[in-house]
Design a protein around this ligand. Structure first.
Ligand code: ATP
Ligand code: MG
Length: 208
């Protein structure tokens, strides 16, 4: 994104590991763009996500390349390498701070799936985060958002209003399942863009 552009724009940020990126991510991002009138959705692959435990994650360069391939055909989608460049554990507060400082006039919307938003109380400096941006929580099969307010009752009053639930077509797709399928030589076609599928086979990702 160019610094001089988008003065009063609405910026969506889609954070994730994207290991690999799939249609669940893309449908959530496009739904948010449309529903909230976002000018752009920036996909930000994490260098190292705080919540992923010990599993080895794929080389950031591959996850970045796959994100670029998956989003290339959408003129409203962009990819940022700021978390990857920053290295170390990727905290959303640092990323949102960067966007806020670079585009101080813009409204920032952080897009997550239902599983991620239910864990938001464990995120670093969550109050500060909710001062800087709104959250859009996309529905995701297997995670219930009916009682989101109840689950988040540790948040100070008012903050819960900055989190909107957004209904999206249910796609029971996860990166974990895709990695598993590749390893077991099961099909992943139609779960993710063809360009990403081809990239995975070309580079021999997820074979062990
Ligand atoms: P993994 O299985 O490795 O955790 P994932 O499929 O959950 O991968 P992430 O990169 O962890 O993908 O997710 C990035 C963001 O996209 C998270 O906020 C997550 O909730 C959301 N998301 C992922 N898949 C879906 C889906 N199928 N529907 C809605 N949201 C999704
Ligand atoms: Mg996940």
């Amino acid at each position: 994104m160019k610094k001089e552009q988008n003065k009063d724009s609405k910026i969506g940020i889609m954070g994730g590991t994207f290991d690999p990126i799939h249609y669940g991510h893309l449908v959530a991002a496009e739904g948010a763009r449309h529903h909230f009138g976002l000018d752009v959705v920036v996909f930000v692959p994490a260098a190292r996500p705080p919540h992923k435990g010990m599993r080895e994650i794929t080389d950031p360069a591959h996850r970045l390349n796959m994100s670029v391939l998956a989003t290339a055909s959408n003129p409203n989608f962009e990819v940022s390498d700021i978390e990857i460049k920053r290295r170390g554990t990727s905290f959303t507060i640092d990323t949102v701070n960067y966007f806020h400082q670079t585009w101080p006039q813009s409204a920032i919307y952080f897009i997550t799936g239902a599983d991620a938003v239910l864990e938001i109380l464990t995120w670093r400096r969550v109050n500060e985060l909710l001062d800087l941006c709104s959250f859009i929580a996309a529905t995701r099969p297997g995670y219930r958002l009916e009682n989101l307010a109840g689950s988040l009752n540790g948040l100070p009053p008012g903050y819960i209003d900055k989190i909107s639930v957004m209904e999206v077509p249910a796609l029971a797709i996860s990166s974990t399942d895709i990695r598993d399928r590749v390893r077991r030589e099961m099909p992943v076609k139609y779960l993710l863009p063809e360009e990403v599928e081809n990239y995975i086979y070309e580079k021999g990702l997820y074979l062990d």
